[in-house]
Ligand binder design. Structure first.
Ligand SMILES: [Zn+2]
Length: 133
């Protein structure tokens, strides 16, 4: 730190101190501003990620709701069917895969191992029906 010259007016010494203080303060604020900018950048990244996740979840939720809407009528039919002939056979196959196959069958395709995946027209297939047995 420079010693103030005695010949200079005292005013200058005060100015020097003020300048140094101002510079230090400016540096401090600049540092804080940079930190804030970094924080802001991180927050913005997190926000973007959240928005993307939210979008994906909404999309997935939409699809799951659609699938649920599609499955519900078949589940009701399935309930009636299992009530009609209560054989213990169907118990092990209850699940998502089973529901999917039931839906595929209702949409008009074979699910039996004989004609699997081919259109079954309007008629019921005895091999497919065995699956529901
Ligand atoms: Zn079939």
């Amino acid at each position: 730190m420079k010693e103030p010259f005695p010949c200079q007016p005292q005013n200058n010494e005060v100015d020097d101190v003020n300048k140094k203080e101002m510079l230090e303060r400016f540096s401090y604020l600049e540092k804080r501003f940079q930190d804030l900018q970094e924080d802001f950048g991180t927050l913005k990244k997190d926000l973007v990620q959240l928005v993307e996740e939210n979008h994906q979840l909404a999309h997935e939720n939409h699809h799951l709701r659609q699938r649920l809407d599609n499955l519900t009528p078949e589940e009701k039919k399935q309930e009636i069917k299992t009530n009609d002939d209560q054989k213990g056979d169907g118990q092990s196959s209850v699940g998502e895969g089973y529901d999917n196959l039931a839906r595929i069958y209702e949409e008009g395709f074979h699910i039996c191992h004989v004609y699997f995946g081919t259109p079954r027209e309007e008629e019921d297939c005895i091999f497919c029906l065995k699956f529901f047995g």
